[in-house]
Write a protein that binds this ligand. Sequence first.
Ligand SMILES: O=C1O[C@H](COP(=O)(O)O)[C@@H](O)[C@H](O)[C@H]1O
Length: 235
Amino acid sequence: MPEIETFTDSAGWAEACAARLTAALADALAETGKAVFAGSGGSTPSPIYARMAAAPLDWSRVAVTLIDERYVPESSPESNAALIRRTLMTGPAAAARFVPLYRPAVTVDRAAALAAHALAAVAPRLDAVLLGMGEDGHICSMFPDSPTLKTLLTPTLPPTVLGVPAGRNGRAPSLERLSINLPYVMAARRVVLALTGAKKRAVFEREAAGDPAVQPIAALLANNVPLEVIWTEKA
Ligand SMILES: O=C1O[C@H](COP(=O)(O)O)[C@@H](O)[C@H](O)[C@H]1O
């Protein structure tokens, strides 16, 4: 079980997450002259993004992408791209280049192939990754019960982006999705998992000990992803 770094205040939690991620981007900029950040969507990361946006990085040399996306255009309130543009890519950070996962293609699988191609051109390796986790244990768009889960969790594939179908019979996800796969996370320079709330902490602790073939968190740990788990009771 990895250490869960615990913060009693949400500001300290957001600050700690942002500091780890921007330090990884600064290291990459110093070593290679460029850096790639992949962020999560959902309700958790906005305070982290607000703090990252204030970091004194040369954002013009940073590429920003997503760990997963709903298969919707940026005009949709479900769009993770819209969230990250609004909360991270502001002020000096607006100079960063955004690499979207969503593409208005004929199918979600075709869109995933186009996104994988675009991402590979700028990011054979991600320098800083911010993961979130749903209360059902999904990370990225690796949903328990999804037919794409096994492929997304196969550690021997090359890093790529895959289409994820909507769940059937009321199961998550409600929309088609796009997701990076486990090898992208495994190859990353630094990976932060930002958790909030007692329920997610309990899910994490339970899933960490689970079957890596069907539980994303267990798969990350089994494949030695250097996960930095940072938790606070309330965001
Ligand atoms: O659908 C998603 O959910 C997870 C968790 O979201 P949250 O609202 O519980 O913070 C998120 O990490 C992922 O990027 C997003 O697409």
